[in-house]
Design a protein around this ligand. Structure first.
Ligand SMILES: Nc1ncnc2c1ncn2[C@@H]1O[C@H](COP(=O)(O)OP(=O)(O)O)[C@@H](O)[C@H]1O
Ligand SMILES: [Mg+2]
Length: 271
């Protein structure tokens, strides 16, 4: 097997230093949102976590590190081209006051593909940390691309990440993909706040009964097996995609979100 395939993230971390605070900014806490694979609702969950933190009057930023599949601006209804001040980019603010930086905001056309190789993508993510005038931020949420590739590695190595939230759905819980993500974070010695299960259950629109379309839920058990905490579950709800598509996901307030954020705040205390 080629050496690169077996080298541990630790061995690749050697000598890599964390980036310092961006100029004129003080980012107190950084929470990365990660998943084993795509389509589990990671960006939706990242947006909802940021929204709930903003509701609690924290100053919140959302760094969209999914360079080739950015979806944060669309979900939060953020448009416009970031202005520059000196050599720093100014993040765009959402209606709910979340400061957002995403490659989508810098593209002329939102349907234009980003056809870049890994190193360029990783460099862009670092620039989104260093070259943006973030200002004073209590919590920065980083929406990672799915999986354990180049960008998650770069973010965990280079940004001062305080904690990672793992998102999964009931269908992929049994798969080893979630464990891969968890193991990667552990190997990098970054704390894991816990697991958020997305689309765990749904309420029947006709009878109001709570259904578990993917069979009995096992998120708590899986979290225990992986020796991480279970933060809670969000429902499968057509409103998520409806509001997300309309750029209004910050209007969504599932009843379990507050508890998830309570637990997150216990793990990653405000400073
Ligand atoms: N809890 C949910 N209920 C219903 N639809 C959801 C839920 N979470 C996410 N979705 C939808 O699933 C799709 C993928 O979600 P997204 O957050 O973009 O996932 P990821 O970032 O993991 O690829 C989107 O269309 C989104 O609206
Ligand atoms: Mg996404």
């Amino acid at each position: 097997m080629p050496e690169a395939a077996t080298a541990s993230p630790e061995s690749q971390t050697a000598g890599i230093e964390k980036l310092s605070q961006p100029a004129n900014s003080n980012i107190k806490r950084v929470v990365a949102v990660m998943s084993g694979k795509g389509g589990v609702g990671k960006s939706s969950v990242a947006s909802l976590l940021a929204t709930e933190l903003a509701r609690r009057d924290f100053s919140v930023a959302l760094l969209d590190a999914d360079i080739t599949g950015p979806s944060i601006p669309k979900m939060l209804g953020v448009a416009g081209t970031p202005a520059t001040l000196g050599n720093q980019l100014i993040p765009e603010s959402s209606r709910s006051g979340i400061r957002v930086m995403s490659l989508n905001l810098l593209m002329e056309r939102e349907d234009e593909p980003v056809i870049w190789r890994g190193p360029l993508i990783a460099a862009a993510v670092k620039q989104f940390w260093s070259d943006v005038l973030w200002g004073d931020v209590d919590y920065m949420i980083v929406d990672l691309p799915p999986g354990t590739g180049d960008v998650p590695l770069t973010v965990l190595q280079s940004l001062p990440v305080d904690s990672v939230v793992i998102v999964s759905t009931p269908q992929d819980l049994s798969a080893m993909v979630v464990k891969k993500a968890v193991n990667m974070v552990k190997m990098m010695d970054v704390p894991i706040a816990g697991l958020v299960e997305n689309m765990g259950w749904l309420v029947c629109p006709k009878c109001g009964e709570r259904l578990e379309p993917f069979g009995p839920r096992k998120a708590e058990k899986m979290a225990a097996q992986m020796e991480i905490d279970y933060l809670g579950s969000l429902p499968l709800d057509p409103l998520v995609s409806e509001l997300g598509d309309q750029g209004r996901i910050d209007e969504y307030k599932p009843e379990t979100l507050a508890t998830i954020v309570d637990l997150l705040l216990e793990k990653v205390k405000p400073t």
